[in-house]
Design a protein around this ligand. Structure first.
Ligand SMILES: [Zn+2]
Length: 590
């Protein structure tokens, strides 16, 4: 079988010229002609009406539903769950294109790669042999024993041991093999010493089980570098391989999710204890290529990272990368700050059952990240609230736009911060409509009524419904400025009926000027919207209201005195005294 090792541009162009995208797609999708294009139900997402379009002239396709697009190669990649090279191979066979027709340089590169791959295979066999059959392998065996890795598991992963000195070079000489290839494969230094000497070696294999590189752990106490990895070679590019995928792929497809762990040893222990859908991203943060590779087998990733800061950062990033390729992520946290490796070994016979519990409880990654960000949040501290709100907004923004709304809603439920604050950056949103302000600077406060405590409170309630709980006993509508009473009562009603989302649901039924006020508050919320501010505003409003009432009584009093209405004077005097005392009290407390 011709292996198109170096997928050349020539080969792609030649194949593309010979196959018709419409024919290829028609084998999977029923296409109907509309104008110049052909339309059908998208094979990559669920739909009832066609949004999948093929353009025969351009030989391109596009789905308006899931927004996937591409040419004949990407179509075959997705539909056959293969990679670019696999798609080339399939289509080349179909078109009768011989892929071996490579330019001399391409042929040379392909040959080197093939020799390197052969060499890596041979090295893995040699190391494995040393580990189990040679006295030199003892320190490797001891290391495995201390990690409780059984021989059966070790052999599944083809673990090996690289002895001190020039063992592999001598082995190659005896087999009359080229040392240069071994150097090219990153296995040997120029002087013939083994690159991985005195280390337990772990082959990093592709999804078909071909070793592409090694990672190696020292067995020496005095060695500073615990792990070293193969350099990049013609066969190995960092960030394109998923460790353990060759062993886990079937189980991943069967269980519907892949377990992504941090370390190779976590994965090895995982498989030993029955977590046979475990893989690791191996030496890098999760890359786009790795997600694409995993996506061929599942749509869901279960992330298991260390509970430390580095682990959390890695998990946060991985969730975003996965989402960009339409993958869901959940996050399992191993209790008591253990590695998955430690957790499983401590579980003994119950390890798998305890693992399954952990998986069932695992929240979505976005859930978990918001929880971290909001941990220890004091909702009455405006600075904290603003900082957390900013962080959540920043995180949500990294995800594909279609997820923003849902995530903001979720974050609102968890933090009490309004989803509008979490969706919109107050600054750019506050910019005025084009034409009204040429400078493009931040918009001034909306014209009209100047900001009073009463108006502030209305805006605060618009962006932060939960503040209502604090306010119930502290303010009534008739204490607000007259202009704000109507909107206040309407908002209370909306929240009463529809909860936090009630205002949004009812807004279109509000008088236009009230809609406008609320929308402006959403776009450019007041500086602080925490409970403390809400309560303080309510007190100030109540105090102002009482002072206003007090003034009214005094005016009435002088009128009563003029009319010599002694009874009325006495009553008003007592009212004024009472109110005056309350005002003094409140001022003293505030
Ligand atoms: Zn689609």
């Amino acid at each position: 079988m011709p292996v198109p090792t170096q997928a050349s541009d020539d080969a792609f162009a030649e194949v593309k010229a010979k196959v018709d995208l419409v024919k290829v797609v028609s084998e999977h999708v029923r296409l109907t002609k509309r104008n110049r294009d052909l339309w059908g139900l998208c094979p990559f997402h669920q739909e009832d009406s066609p949004s999948f379009k093929v353009n025969p002239q351009m030989q391109s396709w596009y789905c308006f539903g899931c927004e996937r697009s591409g040419d004949v190669f990407t179509f075959v990649e997705l539909i056959e769950k293969t990679d670019k090279r696999g798609a080339l191979q399939m289509l080349a066979e179909r078109a009768g294109v011989e892929l071996k027709k490579l330019s001399p340089e391409q042929k040379e590169r392909a040959d080197v790669r093939k020799r390197v791959l052969d060499m890596l295979k041979l090295a893995a066999q040699y190391y494995e042999y040393v580990l189990w059959k040679m006295p030199a392998g003892e320190s490797g065996r001891k290391l495995l024993e201390s990690r409780h890795v059984s021989e059966e598991t070790a052999r599944k992963f083809q673990l090996g041991y690289a002895p001190a000195g020039r063992g592999f070079a001598e082995y190659l000489r005896a087999k009359k093999r080229s040392l240069a290839d071994a150097q090219e494969a990153g296995l040997m230094r120029r002087d013939g010493t083994d690159f991985f000497a005195e280390r337990l070696v772990i082959p990093i294999r592709d999804e078909r089980g071909q070793p592409l590189a090694f990672t190696a752990r020292t067995v020496r106490q005095d060695e500073q570098r615990k792990y070293i990895n193969s350099p990049e070679t013609p066969a190995y590019i960092k960030g394109r391989v998923i460790f353990g995928l060759d062993l886990a792929r079937d189980e991943i497809a069967r269980q519907g999710h892949a377990v992504l762990m941090e370390g190779q040893f976590d994965v090895i222990t995982g498989h030993q204890f029955g977590v046979t859908n475990a893989v690791a991203s191996s030496g890098t943060a999760l890359t786009d290529e790795q997600v694409r590779l995993l996506k061929r087998f599942t749509d869901e990733l279960l992330l298991v990272f260390d509970a430390d800061r580095a682990g959390r950062d890695a998990a946060r990033k991985a969730a975003v990368t996965a989402a960009q390729h339409g993958m869901r992520t959940r996050l399992a946290t191993v209790p008591e700050g253990k590695d998955p490796d430690e957790f499983l070994r401590a579980g003994g016979a119950e390890a798998l059952a305890r693992w399954k519990e952990l998986v069932e409880r695992a929240p979505s990654a976005i859930d978990a990240v918001i929880e971290w960000l909001a941990a220890g949040l004091n909702p009455s501290n405006p600075n904290q609230l603003e900082a957390v709100g900013g962080q959540v907004r920043e995180y949500i923004r990294q995800f594909p736009p279609t997820l923003h709304e849902t995530y903001a809603e979720l974050a609102e439920r968890k933090t009490g911060i309004s989803r509008h604050l979490l969706l919109n950056d107050p600054e750019p949103a506050a910019r005025v409509k084009p034409g009204t302000n040429g400078s493009g600077a931040r918009a001034p406060r909306p014209a009209g009524k100047k900001m009073t405590p009463s108006r502030y409170l209305v805006q605060l309630l618009a962006v932060r419904p939960v503040a209502l709980e604090q306010l119930r006993s502290k303010i009534t509508a008739d204490e607000l400025d007259e202009d704000d009473r109507g909107i206040f009562v309407r908002m209370l009603g909306s929240y009463e009926r529809g909860g936090a989302g009630g205002l949004e649901a009812d807004l279109n039924g509000y008088p236009p000027e009230e809609q406008d006020l609320i929308r402006r508050a959403w776009a450019a919320p007041p500086p602080n919207v925490d409970d403390e501010v809400a309560v303080e505003l309510a007190q100030r409003i109540r105090l102002e209201h009482m002072k206003g009432m007090h003034g009214g009584i005094i005016r009435e009093l002088s009128e009563a005195e003029r009319g010599r209405d002694t009874e009325r004077v006495a009553r008003l005097e007592s009212q004024a005294r009472e109110l005056g005392r309350a005002i003094t009290d409140m001022e003293r407390r505030g």
